[in-house]
Write a protein that binds this ligand. Structure first.
Ligand SMILES: Nc1ncnc2c1ncn2[C@@H]1O[C@H](COP(=O)(O)OP(=O)(O)OP(=O)(O)O)[C@@H](O)[C@H]1O
Ligand SMILES: [Mg+2]
Length: 225
């Protein structure tokens, strides 16, 4: 579902943010991406939805070489990918319901379809009772659950999350990771960038580890060896 072949990424500076990164994540896998600050985690996630392009190497998403996608067709790639950020990125002047419905409205879905899909997503994250609140009036953990509902509402094949629990305490983080497990149980491929070693111990999954832009360990290869 996500394949990297000898990927380098260089920003304006000389230093490579990613160096010769190769790995492959199958459909339905749940994988953690870890490494110190500056190791390249966010860069790697951005390459997957083509917010950045690689300097060298090939990236296949759902068997499609995304280097070859024209920019006017990027929406086709991105509609298969749901993204969750550390800082939630909700619209503060819109209700929970409206925040989640936006990706569907943008696609031009019918109002009745939107309602069904939003209520499904809200129920999956356990927030049906908060649908008419504005984000400011719910807790941080709840806001992150809204962001997750927004990411999954359009039935993507892949969920990417960048430090999704960076702003949350342990108890709330566990809740969030349980939601990701539930999403993964529905067949969605999940890739989560995190520094949180405690969570990675609580939820033992395959771990890809970056160090200064190099992939220094891959739990899958180690298990297979
Ligand atoms: N837009 C950019 N322009 C130039 N350099 C960048 C840019 N984004 C990231 N970098 C550099 O690329 C390297 C990798 O950064 P990246 O943000 O991917 O790391 P990270 O693992 O996500 O770190 P953190 O844990 O702090 O979020 C760093 O050296 C960073 O300074
Ligand atoms: Mg980052």
């Amino acid at each position: 579902m996500i394949e990297f072949y000898h990927v380098d990424k260089r920003y304006v500076s000389d230093q490579l943010a990613l160096t010769d990164v190769s790995f492959s994540i199958e459909k339905g896998e749940f994988v953690f991406l870890t490494g110190a600050s500056g190791a390249g985690k966010t860069t790697l996630l951005k390459l997957i939805f083509k917010e950045e392009v690689p300097t060298r190497g090939q990236i296949l998403i759902d068997s499609q070489n995304i280097n070859l996608i024209q920019s006017k067709l990027l929406y086709q790639l991105r509609r298969n990918i749901g993204i969750v950020f550390q800082d939630f990125r909700l619209l503060q002047n819109r209700t929970v319901y409206e925040n989640i419905s936006i990706p569907l409205a943008v696609r031009g879905e019918k109002k009745s379809t939107i309602e069904k899909m939003v209520m499904n997503a809200l129920s999956l994250v356990g927030l049906t009772h908060r649908k008419n609140y504005i984000p400011m009036h719910i807790s941080g953990g709840e806001q992150q659950r809204v962001a997750i509902a927004r990411a999954i509402v359009a039935s993507p094949k892949i969920i990417l999350a960048d430090e999704p629990t960076g702003n949350l305490d342990t108890e709330l983080s566990i809740e969030i990771f349980k939601i990701f497990e539930r999403i993964n149980a529905n067949g969605i491929t999940v890739l989560i960038a995190t520094h949180n070693t405690y969570m990675m111990e609580m939820f033992p999954k395959r771990i890809l580890k970056l160090d200064k832009g190099k992939l220094i360990s891959d739990g899958k290869k180690e298990r297979a060896a």
